[in-house]
Design a binder for this molecule. Sequence first.
Ligand code: UDP
Ligand code: MG
Length: 310
Amino acid sequence: MKLLSVIVPCYNEEENVSYFYEELLKQETALQEREIGLELIYVDDGSVDHTVAEVRKLHEKDKRVRLVSFSRNFGKEAGIYAGLQKASGDYVVLMDADLQDPPALLPRMLYYLEEEGYDSVATRRVTRKGEPMIRSFFARRFYRLMKHISHTEIVDGARDYRLMKRCVVDAILSMKEYNRFTKGIFGWVGFRTKWLEYENIERTKGETKWNFWKLFLYSLDGILAFSTMPLAFVSVIGLIFCLLAFILILFTIVRTAIFGDPTSGWPSLVCIISLISGVQLLCLGIVGQYLSKMYMEVKNRPIYLVKEEL
Ligand code: UDP
Ligand code: MG
């Protein structure tokens, strides 16, 4: 008999914990037909509501429900990593607590894994229904940009809803980086992946934890973690400005030799100085971003801290 571990990162999801459990159990017969057992791991990401109490109640009822509770909010990426580490299943699936990842897809996903020989089955939403327009717009731009500046495949609309075989889980766990951009990590490890598409489903209860600013910072994390193109960009800008400066020097020397040196050119001087110092600060900032990520990486802090486990 095989075991399927379902990992559910939860941050303030008290309304969804038991609802998710019920919805998931609807797939139980399909799992039994395939002789697959179930294990459900809720990773509480430092919730400040009754999420932990809800999970504890479920655990009393059903010992297949497990809990990993963090000492504070470490972010969903840390939750995913902890869940993968704790999972003991032959198959592991990641799902959101808000039922935006329909459990009804599970039997089909398992089919691709067991019958068609795929190593992982990933999902992407083809619509962004119910999402603010600007958010969709910038999300699309981000994926377009990533396509150009990164060798890692990061798929537009990809969700974290993913079923994996043990080999894929172990590969992901072998990437111990502190700055975890999971969407990129999935692409980076490779393996034969089947993509399933579905329409966006809106969250059942509670609020999304993402606002525009958080998403923006998250996209920067993604760029920094999976592309060094901004650094190349900085070098190119440096080169271009050196060339321009060289031409300008020649021009100035020749002009002074021919026309003498009337003391003028203050406005152009101000423009040049402010432009160049702006560009310099921008480039320094880009380098600084990589440095700050390196700093966090070098500190080698744990990705999460556990307060309680059931
Ligand atoms: N989540 C988490 N830690 C966080 C933020 C979110 O574990 O700091 C969980 C959240 O409880 C949910 C999943 O990650 O199960 C997806 O979050 P959300 O639904 O807010 O994101 P969206 O679906 O809007 O992208
Ligand atoms: Mg959601």
